[in-house]
Design a protein around this ligand. Structure first.
Ligand SMILES: Nc1ncnc2c1ncn2[C@@H]1O[C@H](COP(=O)(O)OP(=O)(O)O)[C@@H](O)[C@H]1O
Ligand SMILES: CC(=O)OP(=O)(O)O
Ligand SMILES: [Mg+2]
Length: 407
């Protein structure tokens, strides 16, 4: 079965064709990213072909329209099912779901809780439903993995009437965290259900998940993908007291504050660009603003790792799925800063929060681009071989093939 999969993210459009039999095998991988006014970068990989180029689209939505032609050019337009990564599935979507008018409408209703994502995800759904009305379209949800988080982790300490209205924590990047955690367990040959794992996902959106003995226990994102880590354009954690301050001092409306937290904050707010590659270039030339932005970004992530290790009562593995971790020397310096072992280049951030010592830790500067690093306590360290862009899409391909067969 040939499955087309879309991950229409906040800063990129990724898609792939999977051949799904007993094994799931990616036969084509396409992406449009680094959108700027007037253009973006594209890449298509198929067999021996690895084509890179610059094209004129200035948004993922523009790029989406040419995907069918790109697939046709590679002779890949015979499709049996389509899988879509959908970011917010609310409390309703607990598992992969066939898309029809009613489910699409329900996902659309969740747009206020994921304004950067659900509209982009649904554009891909609409395009595919228009092109292939008779083919099963399946959604997999970032939120589903976290839906059984314990109440002490997913409840905000706010008035009951707010909670009754639906104010609660969800968590995102669930397909990625689950995929990486399962692969981590496989790599070290231990049951998933035995491990206390912290999964660190650093992309344009970024989150950390405590995966406790096979289940998501907590994650740094909340009701929306705005809480938690510093991201490309999103602030992550900010004192809620900021709303009153900004309203009184700068006379900003709720909408203005929310827009700034989603679109103008994070790395962009700190250093003028949302892309770690730009900031790394400037940091390497000694730009203090860029250096501080990277320090803040790394520091916030490290804080969550420590918190989750403490919350789970231990830590077997930390995994990092991140281009910045693999390719930004300033990030790696900040990540290992503040530790006595810094001098020998190990990645010691876990030591203060773990009992015992590390048998051996992976040098973070050995992390290969596109790979996931696992830091394993009392085991030989393993670099897991999953590609950083496979996590959401592979989950979607499996789900789509399963549901399409049953449909
Ligand atoms: N070579 C690189 N070096 C440093 N950072 C990178 C590199 N490639 C990508 N990044 C960072 O990762 C982000 C893209 O993450 P990704 O997860 O692919 O996007 P999305 O969150 O839109 O799916 C970029 O915005 C950039 O900050
Ligand atoms: C949920 C989220 O932040 O997704 P992305 O990383 O694709 O922006
Ligand atoms: Mg992403």
């Amino acid at each position: 079965m040939q499955v087309l999969v879309f991950n229409a993210g906040s800063s990129s459009l990724k898609f792939g064709i999977f051949s799904v039999t007993t094994e799931t095998h990616e036969v084509f991988k396409g992406s449009y990213e680094r959108f700027r006014a007037g253009g973006c970068e594209c890449r298509f990989r198929h067999g021996e072909t690895d084509e890179r180029g610059a094209v004129e689209f200035d948004s993922p939505s523009e790029a989406l329209k040419v995907v069918p032609a790109a697939l046709k050019r590679f002779g890949l337009d015979a499709i049996d099912a389509v899988g879509h990564r959908i970011v917010h599935g609310g409390a309703r979507f607990t598992s992969p779901t066939l898309l029809d008018d009613e489910t699409v409408e329900a996902i659309e209703a969740l747009t206020p809780l994921a304004p950067l994502h659900n509209p982009a995800n649904l554009e891909a759904v609409r395009l595919c439903r228009g092109l292939w009305p008779d083919i099963s379209q399946v959604a997999v949800f970032d939120t589903a993995f976290h839906l059984d988080n314990p109440a002490f982790a997913n409840t905000y300490a706010v008035p009951a009437r707010w909670r009754d209205a639906g104010l609660r924590r969800y968590g995102f990047h669930g397909t990625s965290h689950k995929y990486v955690a399962e692969r981590a367990a496989q790599e070290i040959g231990r049951p998933f259900s035995d491990l206390q794992l912290v999964s660190i996902h650093l992309g344009n959106g970024a989150s950390i998940c405590a995966v406790n003995r096979g289940h998501s226990m907590d994650s740094s994102m909340g009701m929306t993908p705005l809480e938690g880590l510093v991201m490309g354009t999103r602030s992550g954690d900010v004192d809620p007291g900021a709303f009153g301050f900004l309203s009184r001092e700068l006379q900003l409306s709720v909408q203005e504050i929310e827009d700034a937290l989603y679109y103008e904050s994070g790395l962009k707010g700190l250093a003028g660009s949302s892309d770690m590659r730009d900031i790394e270039d400037r940091a390497a030339k000694g730009d203090p603003e860029a250096q501080l932005a990277i320090e803040i970004y790394a520091y916030r992530a490290k804080k969550y790792v420590g918190a989750y290790a403490a919350a789970m009562g231990g830590l077997s593995i930390a995994s990092i799925r991140s281009s910045s971790a693999s390719e930004s020397p300033s990030f790696r310096r900040s990540w290992t800063a503040g530790s006595a072992s810094h001098a020998n280049g190990t990645n010691p951030f876990l030591i203060p929060v773990c009992r015992g010592s590390f048998h051996r830790t992976q040098r973070i500067d050995e992390l290969q681009p596109g790979k996931v690093l696992l830091v394993v306590r009392n085991h030989n360290t393993v670099v897991c071989t999953c590609d950083r862009s496979d996590d959401h899409v592979e989950s979607a391909a499996r789900a789509a093939s399963g549901l399409a067969v049953r449909h």
